[in-house]
Design a protein around this ligand. Structure first.
Ligand code: SF4
Length: 330
């Protein structure tokens, strides 16, 4: 296994322990500058949606790749921001997924075992135990990930290579998430220059990841929709009722299907085809255009975070939006 490509594995942790790299040196010595640079690149990449791949053509560069991972974890822990932590974990898991796609079967199986899974290679596909499937697919919403839609034979079910890698990505996400934020204490002082610049980028990334509603005013959004958009921006999956409420609301204030797909693009289980189908369905592709739920329905499904003083005078999130818009124009 190329542990430097998969620095979250137990195998990589062993290799990291063997490298002669005292923490004080990693934080300040010139020799470890490439490690600091790559760690910052990991965090910045996560903020902007993707950690770029790295040149690991020789042993020195492989050590940079290995050591930059724990350092990046320290950086996000020092900043300790929920939005950044989620984006970081997701981006590391996606980087691993990209790498797994170009790994051979033997390496895929090794990583799977390191993650506690026991897939069996069978021709072009794999067999996995149903418990491995259920643990990893728990966050997925599309029908193909429901156990009821799979054939189980003696506790095992068949998955394609792509499905196995997607299931592994979820395990990797959980592995990376473990222990974060770390208790970095005084280590953060040694990283202060990097932290300052990442904090600035974080503030601007938060602003820009909020949806551009074009001529529509973000300030006019009701607290419920604002909260759902913030959860999406932080890379969280929404419950089915919340997805429906947000999609139907945005369609109702005339956002296009493409704009709404762009909003969901950040979710961990984003599937463009499925998302497009669902949005078009709500928009009326089958003849029924759905209206957004009322405040009382939002409350029933736990999607109303509690409103402000205007919420007490309206019964529908759309009424809230229209009133706020009128107020801002008068
Ligand atoms: S009261 Fe209505 S508009 Fe206000 S936050 Fe709750 S669901 Fe949204």
């Amino acid at each position: 296994m190329r542990a430097f490509w998969y620095p979250f594995t137990h195998a990589a942790a062993k290799e990291i322990r063997l490298i002669d790299a005292p923490l004080e040196d990693v934080l300040s010595s010139r020799a470890f500058q490439p490690v600091r640079r790559r760690a910052v690149e990991r965090v910045r990449g996560a903020l902007h949606g993707e950690i770029p791949d790295a040149d690991a053509s020789d042993g020195v560069k492989q050590n940079v790749e290995l050591l930059s991972y724990p350092l990046a974890r320290l950086i996000v822990s020092c900043i300790d921001d929920d939005y950044l932590l989620r984006r970081y974990v997701l981006a590391e898991a996606k980087l691993a997924h990209r790498r797994l796609r170009s790994s051979d079967t033997e390496e895929v199986l090794e990583i799977a075992r390191d993650l506690g899974m026991s897939p069996i290679y069978e021709g072009d596909n794999f067999r996995i135990h149903f418990t491995d499937f259920v643990i990893s697919a728990a966050r997925f919403r599309s029908q193909k990930w429901k156990l009821i839609n799979r054939t189980i034979d003696h506790g095992y079910l068949k998955v394609t290579r792509e499905e196995l890698l997607r299931l592994m990505q979820e395990r990797i996400r959980d592995r990376i998430q473990e222990g974060l934020p770390l208790d970095a204490g005084s280590i953060c002082e040694g990283l202060s220059d990097h932290l300052r610049s990442i904090r600035d980028e974080l503030a601007s990334s938060k602003r820009s990841s909020m949806v551009d509603l074009g001529e529509f005013s973000r300030d006019a959004l009701p607290p419920c929709m604002r909260s759902l958009l913030e959860q999406l921006a932080a890379g969280r999956n929404l419950a089915h009722t919340a997805r429906f409420a947000l999609t139907s609301f945005l369609l109702n204030i005339n956002l296009g299907v493409e704009d709404i797909i762009g909003i969901f693009n950040n979710t961990p289980d984003f599937d463009e085809e499925m998302t497009r189908y669902q949005i078009e369905h709500i928009a009326g592709s089958t003849g029924t255009r759905y209206t957004p739920p009322s405040c009382s329905t939002m409350l029933t499904y736990g999607n109303c975070p509690g409103g402000d003083e205007l919420c007490r005078r309206i019964k529908h999130p759309i009424s809230y939006y229209r009133r706020r818009l009128r107020e801002s124009r008068s």
